[in-house]
Design a protein around this ligand. Sequence first.
Ligand SMILES: *Cc1c(COP(=O)(O)O)cnc(C)c1O
Length: 467
Amino acid sequence: MHTWDERCDLLVHAVIGYAIERLSLPKDTRWGARPAAELQGALAGSVSPDGIGGQAALRLFRDVLEPACRPMDDPMNLAYVPAAPTPAATMFDLVVSSSSIFAGVWESGAGAIAAENEALRWLADLAGFPEGAGGTFVSGGSAANLSALATGRDRARRRLGDPSPRPRWRFAATSEVHASARAAARVMDADVVLVPADDHGRMTGAALRAAVEADLAAPGGDDGGLFAVIASAGTTNAGAVDDFAGLAEVCADHGLWLHVDGAYGAAALCAPSVRARFHGIERADSFSVDPHKWLFAPYDCGALVYREPEHAAACHSQHGEYLDMVDRSEWNPSDYAFQLSRRARGLPLWFSLATNGTDAYRDAIETTLATARAFAAEVERRDDTELLLEPDLSVVLFRRPAWSPADQEAWSRDAAKAGRVLIVPTSWRGEPCLRVCVVNPRTTPEALSGVLDEMAQWSPDGAGSRA
Ligand SMILES: *Cc1c(COP(=O)(O)O)cnc(C)c1O
């Protein structure tokens, strides 16, 4: 099965042919999850002593399995944070897979790592990070947050001289921070010092200072265990951007690591119309951005950039007899996150940047921002809809005052089932509402107005729906 033979020749054409079809043709918007028992039934016998053969397995994927997956890149998928990979980025993922590159250390993956670092440099420059900045690509925002927070904690531990007993490790965040920050706290056995967000869902310097000072003044607060602040460059629920300049002041005064989670929103650093919102991000110790969200790369791709990467290497670098050969003077991506083996998952982004140019990225992001703004204005203009929050980026929270929360849910399910649009309910300050997140330049203001028209005609009994 390792020899390239006639069957491989046939199969590769079938596989690449299918990849071309998937890349070039729209997916069916009604595709989505199926019951596990149904899928298990279809898969029965596929993993068996004799196997079923590549052609049959491919047919199974095409006919049953892929249609049981949501089309994340459909322009009418507006739920959570969808995806919009460029054709260039997606096609290059095939090349990355075909190349068997171990991109954990320079010695084995230099060519790929050098290209990934060009893409990271572009991101670092957008954030105003200095010459020495650098990092790595990880699976996504969750892995980036954990790796950055662990680095901040490690710096604090070394500063304290590895104290015994250990301090109660803790970092500050608002309730709007992504769930992965609280998950990281559990993994690290750290506590979260809650900072109240302002009316817009942002963390301000004043609120952080008050929370930090209260924490330090509380019993045991002087144990040195408060080590970091995790801020948001675009909260997932509302797209709110924190006040980085204010936060950086507080972090400088108290020696805290400032990590900016920009998994969703930091892509907009390349958009002149909102760049000013990120003022102060250049003072952070680290930031992350998910190219698989709003920078048009395929899954999975998260970028993590440190101002002073040596802190990350001190925390994450792995050592062992079998790693003695690693040249520590070179750039080894495995030093900058909790990972050793890694695919060169930043290469599709690099290839798409090289293919299309960074101006195309700027324009595409501006297009999505303009669409979100036009939609927000349309929601405000209509009598039957209400805008809950002026958007910072491309997330729009709105509601129809005439609808109960149950109506919202029923409409959302109905529209998804018919494949019209995927918009799911959330809540803002305890109030149930609907949420639209635009990351796809092919989503149009006209289509979004059409959704509002359709909502106005919809009724729970199905009378107004045009499924
Ligand atoms: C999506 C998201 C994450 C998690 O990223 P994954 O790539 O899903 O791990 C973290 N933070 C924010 C703000 C996000 O939007």
